[in-house]
Design a protein around this ligand. Structure first.
Ligand code: BTN
Length: 252
């Protein structure tokens, strides 16, 4: 166990969470999302978190490298009663919650569709929503005290961005509390409020982007984010593409 993880008592981090949230902490899991989706009788508000993951997964089938003692890997269980067409918007709500949680820690995050959390233009955290068994799980990976990343990842951590180490229990409490809050607003139908908050953190709206989706590249201006969480890109012929998934690159 690293010195960093000895300084924190992650098993007791649940005491820092707001009412409605309950933490289950594990030393090692294959993926917190897998357990959150499959464990029986998990109520909404359960947070499954692990010190490391052996098969952490990211968007688009990628792996999420999850070494021990450094970062945060957690999944928040939701049991939405909204019709399925609105489930995609929980992705925006989770992104806003992550950004607000970081702002509570005096940081200045931005969001890149669909839900990358950026600090100083580099990726600090990623969010992976998955559904199954009538549940939705919001999986969150946050780079906290990791110092080195492969250069092609364009990733950062709280430590790299601020020059000091961070207590993971405090970061978890801030982010999970705000993600829960914003997801509940979405569940209550406060769609415009959530989307309005997203737009204030967004880095791509109004800018020229390339979106890779499957084998296709769509180029145009990112003009909107819809209530279903979709990105709307208008190409040079004025055709609007409504995108529910894809990888966005900002053009210079
Ligand atoms: C992304 O590709 O940006 C999303 C990364 C999501 C990683 C988190 S870590 C906790 C949860 N469990 C997983 O296996 N993945 C998510």
């Amino acid at each position: 166990m690293s010195p960093q993880s000895r300084n924190e008592d992650m098993e007791r981090a649940g005491a820092l969470l707001p009412p409605g949230l309950a933490l289950r902490w594990y030393d090692r899991l294959d993926s917190t999302n897998t357990l959150a989706l499959n464990a029986p009788h998990l109520p909404a508000g359960t947070i499954i978190a692990a010190d490391s993951q052996s098969a952490g997964r990211g968007r688009l089938g990628r792996a999420w490298h999850s070494p021990p003692g450094l970062n945060l890997y957690f999944s928040l269980v939701l049991c939405p009663s909204l019709p399925r067409q609105h489930w995609g918007g929980f992705s925006l709500a989770a992104g806003v919650g992550a950004a607000r949680g970081l702002a509570e820690l005096s940081l200045q995050p931005r969001l890149k569709w669909p839900n990358d959390v950026l600090l100083e233009g580099e990726k600090l955290a990623g969010i992976l929503l998955e559904s199954g068994n009538g549940r939705l799980t919001v999986g969150v990976g946050v780079n906290v005290n990791q110092e080195d990343f492969p250069p092609d990842l364009r990733a950062t951590s709280l430590r790299r961005a601020t020059g000091r180490s961070w207590r993971r229990d405090l970061v978890l409490a801030a982010l999970a509390g705000q993600i829960w809050h914003w997801c509940r607003l979405w569940q209550e139908g406060e769609f415009e409020r959530v989307i309005g908050a997203w737009r204030r953190y967004d880095v791509i709206l109004g800018r020229c982007v390339t979106v890779l989706r499957g084998g296709e590249a769509i180029e145009g201006v990112a003009v909107d984010v819809g209530a279903d969480g979709a990105l709307v890109v208008e190409d040079c012929d004025g055709i609007r593409h409504v995108l529910h998934s894809g990888e966005v690159t900002l053009k210079k």
